[in-house]
Write a protein that binds this ligand. Structure first.
Ligand code: GLA
Length: 388
């Protein structure tokens, strides 16, 4: 694999790569749309991700190429960068831009080649994976000395301000701090996590990519963000909170009448109850209670469907099919509006499950689903110090 990437690099850039990095994708087990509301989530990093090969050049340019997309960009090294009209390029370029603002000297031209095996638009954080590979690479190559947390913030700011998506910290955090066979009980208000061993016993964690792609630059994501802020504003009339997730579900029920718009009230209800479900899920996982854990996954999906309205018929169908024999729990993962679902499937039922999803899902939606087991992996890293 790495050999063929090096080969491609040589073919494109007529020289050897000097550095190699890898950043994983992520799956969020539970805790959706809580991160930008100061709540909890439970992500894992996965073995699929993005490789990044780099060499320095003397052209004073960042050359941004990918083996997954034909479009590429050459951008002069400068103190300021602008968005390009090539969608994928804006993710690494946003990071380069933020990096340059924070470290205003010493960057020089780089030949960069990205190659990923996360299906794009599948809700598995291919963009955060590209961002963190870039941030990690710049930090190492230019010896900037930023800590991992600073790199995470750099990538989130790039996505918020350069790409224009108001996403929270979940994806970049998981991609950076992920650990093999471990889930991260991530507290987005203190921005720290507790590692929780992810022992699934006789169950396998499966990803079901609906192949209904979506883009995070989708305005509906920013719309949900804005609705949460609005709901918060109403609640703050009587409560001194600064984030929705500071409220328990009971406290919220007592204050609910402050929100005049029922849609906004439903959005807040989802966020606050989902935060509570994550806490329950963490203690269920610690006690190896996969039955309860699975039930919380189903409840989370129902809430994302009914209250937050981000699921859509493809994800709903996958979860509905999963509600049959041999599945402890299933839900959408990531932002929603298409993308992937996850399911905890009993090993004895794996074959049947695959067959059932393949046939029923395709019959109804016309899309070919893609199923694969999740291997819980480590976060972003440099694979070799130097290749030459
Ligand atoms: C996307 C965003 C995350 C988070 C999830 C929903 O993945 O990038 O910050 O908000 O959606 O939980």
């Amino acid at each position: 694999m790495i050999d063929s990437l090096q080969e491609e690099f040589r073919r494109i850039y007529k020289g050897d790569p000097e550095y190699l990095f890898f950043a994983p994708g992520r799956v969020n087990l539970i805790g959706e749309h809580t991160d930008y509301n100061g709540g909890m989530a439970l992500p894992v990093a996965i073995s699929q991700g993005t490789w990044l090969l780099v060499s320095r050049n003397d052209k004073h340019k960042f050359v941004l190429r990918s083996l997954n997309v034909d479009d590429y960009a050459e951008v002069l090294v400068s103190p300021h960068y602008r968005r390009t009209n090539i969608d994928w390029v804006n993710y690494p370029l946003g990071v380069i831009s933020r990096f340059t603002q924070l470290k205003d000297d010493g960057t020089s031209g780089l030949n960069m080649l990205f190659s990923g095996n996360i299906p794009r638009g599948a809700g598995l954080s291919s963009s955060a994976s590209v961002e963190m590979a870039t941030a990690f690479a710049l930090n190492q190559i230019f010896e900037a000395g930023f800590g991992k947390m600073e790199l995470v913030r750099m990538a989130v700011e790039a996505e918020n301000d350069f790409v224009g998506v108001k996403s929270g910290i979940l994806d970049q955090y998981a991609v950076t701090f992920g650990e093999k066979n471990t889930a991260l009980a991530l507290d987005c208000s203190s921005v720290s996590h507790t590692p929780v061993p992810c022992k699934l016993g006789e169950y396998t964690l499966m990803v079901i990519n609906t192949n209904k792609t979506r883009s995070l630059t989708d305005t509906r994501y920013n719309e949900r963000f804005a609705q949460c802020r609005q709901a918060l504003g109403y609640l703050q009339q009587e409560s001194p909170i600064s984030e929705l997730c500071e409220l328990s579900p009971e406290q919220f029920e007592n204050l609910r009448q402050l929100i005049p718009d029922p849609v906004l009230a439903r959005r807040a209800q989802h966020v606050i109850e989902e935060n509570d479900r994550v806490k329950q899920a963490v203690s269920a996982l610690k006690k190896d209670d996969l039955e309860l854990f699975g039930q919380l996954m189903f409840d989370s999906h129902a809430s994302l469907r009914e209250l937050y309205e981000v699921t859509g018929r493809e994800l709903d169908l996958v979860v509905e099919i999963s509600q049959r024999k041999g599945v402890a729990g299933a839900r959408m993962t990531g932002a929603g509006f298409g993308g992937s679902a996850i399911a905890l499937v009993h090993q004895a039922e794996l074959k049947n499950f695959r067959k059932l999803v393949m046939s029923e899902y395709k019959k109804v939606t016309g899309y070919e689903p893609q199923l694969f087991p999740v291997k819980i992996a480590d976060g972003v890293k440099q694979l070799t110090r130097q290749l030459r």
